[in-house]
Design a protein around this ligand. Structure first.
Ligand SMILES: *Cc1c(COP(=O)(O)O)cnc(C)c1O
Length: 394
């Protein structure tokens, strides 16, 4: 339907951090299906477990017990601050579930009739009607009014603004049910959350019994070098959402909650495909491989090298580049305000240098490679990016 501006490239095959197009050209992939192909392309373990899963059973619906779903839920609960999991198929769906949970919490626990959920400017929570209403970027909402009611925006990383908002006795303070926030804003421009800001949010949420929900759709599953983005502060949420990296390229989303906030009862929420055996086997394999292959160490080391390489590019091209931002293997290269270059210009030029990158807003080039990337491939990203910038400038 023309909802995407597509790049002039058809990818037909992949292996690890490399992909090949229909003309046989080979590219280094620092996009990974937008932070999704955690183990890279055509991973051996995923191939093996998913082939076996297809031979057994693919989909049965949630009318029945699903052992793969239970195993993945156990793994997630054992390895996070949460206890219970609801499975769906995407990030937007996971956040929809979180928004419904927050509303139920407001009605059942807090006795609020018209609850507000606090969300950040420049946030991104998805494209369904409720999640786009929660997204703090007007370009995604334009033409889709009336939006879903009940969201109130605040500037990200602004402690004073947030404190005043929550401590204010006038509207919306008494009606605040939840805060929905990304530990690091991905689509909004790779903006890491401040430790002190998140600590203050946690403090205020405890004080006012506000549900704290993290959108870990992009930061979860090891992307930042810890399994969960919230470990970077560290600040534990009451609930959080996952999708992108969870299935290693296969669609799956999840809402995780602590027991205390497990308010959904039978019939409250559902999904036909959510938690199907195939998707959960993918999630389980990715989870186990992250542990078995000590992938978190790799994210920390490669992330450092990537950031150092990008810092070097900022020094090398001071008129074009302004800064680098990011944590682990989600890194952004910020273009200088004075330059009229856009992230899309760099993305197109990088294709000529056989490198795939993805914009995060107009002025930030984002790199979210597979978490299994090696040292040599990191230096290739830097070399090719350097070439791409040089080519544009001349
Ligand atoms: C990508 C993303 C979403 C939306 O996920 P979909 O699977 O595209 O619906 C939501 N939140 C964050 C933080 C994301 O990065």
């Amino acid at each position: 339907m023309g909802t995407y501006t597509r790049l002039p490239l058809q990818i037909v095959r992949g292996k690890g951090c490399w992909v090949w197009d229909s003309e046989g050209r080979c590219f280094l992939d620092a996009v990974a299906g937008i932070a999704s192909c955690t183990l890279g392309h055509s991973d051996k373990a995923l191939r093996r477990t998913l082939t076996r899963q297809l031979k057994n059973i693919q989909h049965v619906s949630n009318l029945y017990q699903i052992s793969e779903q239970e195993q993945l839920a156990h793994w997630l609960a054992e390895n996070s601050c949460a206890d219970k999991v609801f499975f769906c198929n995407s990030g937007a769906e996971a956040n929809e579930a979180a928004i419904k949970l927050a509303r139920k919490y407001a009605h059942k626990v807090k006795g609020i009739e018209r609850p507000k959920i606090l969300v950040a400017n420049k946030s991104f929570h998805g494209r369904t009607l409720a999640t786009v209403s929660a997204t703090g970027q007007f370009q995604y909402q334009r033409d889709f009014e009336p939006l879903v009611d009940g969201f109130h925006f605040f500037p990200y990383n602004d402690i004073d603004y947030f404190s005043n908002l929550v401590n204010n006795l006038e509207s919306p303070a008494p009606n605040i049910a939840a805060v929905l926030i990304e530990p690091l804003q991905g689509e909004g421009g790779v903006i890491p959350g401040d430790k002190s800001f998140f600590n203050r949010i946690k403090e205020l949420c405890i004080k006012h019994k506000i549900l704290l929900i993290f959108d870990e759709v992009q930061t979860g599953m090891g992307r930042t070098g810890t399994l969960w983005g919230y470990e970077q502060f560290p600040v534990e949420p009451d609930a959080f959402t996952l999708a992108k990296g969870l299935g290693g390229g296969h669609p799956i989303g999840a809402l995780l909650v602590k027991n205390e906030f497990n308010l959904f009862e039978a019939g409250d929420h559902a999904s036909t495909f959510g938690g199907n055996p195939f998707a959960c086997k993918a999630g389980l394999t990715v989870s186990q491989e992250i542990k078995n292959r000590k992938i978190l160490n790799n994210v920390i080391e490669r992330g450092k090298e990537l950031q150092e390489g990008l810092d070097y590019l900022v020094k090398k091209f001071p008129n074009t580049l302004e800064a680098t931002r990011g944590v682990g293997l989600i890194q952004g290269l910020v273009l200088s305000k004075d330059s009229n270059l856009t992230a899309q210009d760099i993305t197109l030029s990088a294709i000529n240098s056989k490198l795939l990158v993805v914009p995060a807003g107009k002025k930030v080039v984002r790199m979210v490679p597979p978490l299994i990337i090696n040292k040599n491939e990191i230096s290739k990203i830097i070399n090719r990016l350097s070439l791409a910038i040089k080519q544009i400038k001349s």
